[in-house]
Design a protein around this ligand. Structure first.
Ligand code: ATP
Length: 118
């Protein structure tokens, strides 16, 4: 139990470090808060919340993994290297796929509600 608490402390510390140093994570964090606020404002259904939360969690988790992959790549390849480029570009592509899915979820759920306001 104590071990779990210590693990959680390190995980939260890792999250703060990533948030402080990674611009993309900051941007996704701001988008997350705006989306959650909009969700509360529009009174999303249980199913809509499920998709929104899944999409947000997927993007944030992949951003964190992408950050780790970038860090490891920088340690392994100090100079320019074809493989380093490939690793970073594919890792960034994984985030892009999740972010695109999240944007689609956002459009499908929020667009009809926003249009309904007019
Ligand atoms: N060691 C390297 N060798 C070859 N290409 C590299 C190397 N490091 C980065 N690149 C290329 O430059 C791009 C930008 O890399 P950079 O390290 O500047 O930013 P990042 O760490 O991928 O992203 P960010 O810092 O914006 O979160 C990478 O996606 C990759 O295409």
């Amino acid at each position: 139990m104590k071990h779990n608490r210590v693990g959680l402390k390190y995980a939260i510390s890792g999250f703060y470090s990533a948030l402080k140093t990674e611009h993309n994570i900051k941007v996704h964090f701001v988008i997350m808060f705006i989306t959650l606020f909009a969700g509360l404002l529009f009174g999303l259904s249980r199913l809509e919340w499920l998709f929104v939360l899944l999409a947000i969690g997927l993007v944030l988790a992949l951003e964190l993994v992408n950050t780790v992959i970038e860090l490891i790549t920088d340690v392994l390849f100090e100079d320019k290297h074809e493989k380093a480029k490939l690793i970073k570009d594919i890792s960034a592509a994984a985030v892009l796929v999740a972010a695109t899915f999240a944007a689609l979820v956002g459009i499908i759920i929020f667009l009809p509600k926003i249009l309904g306001l007019f």
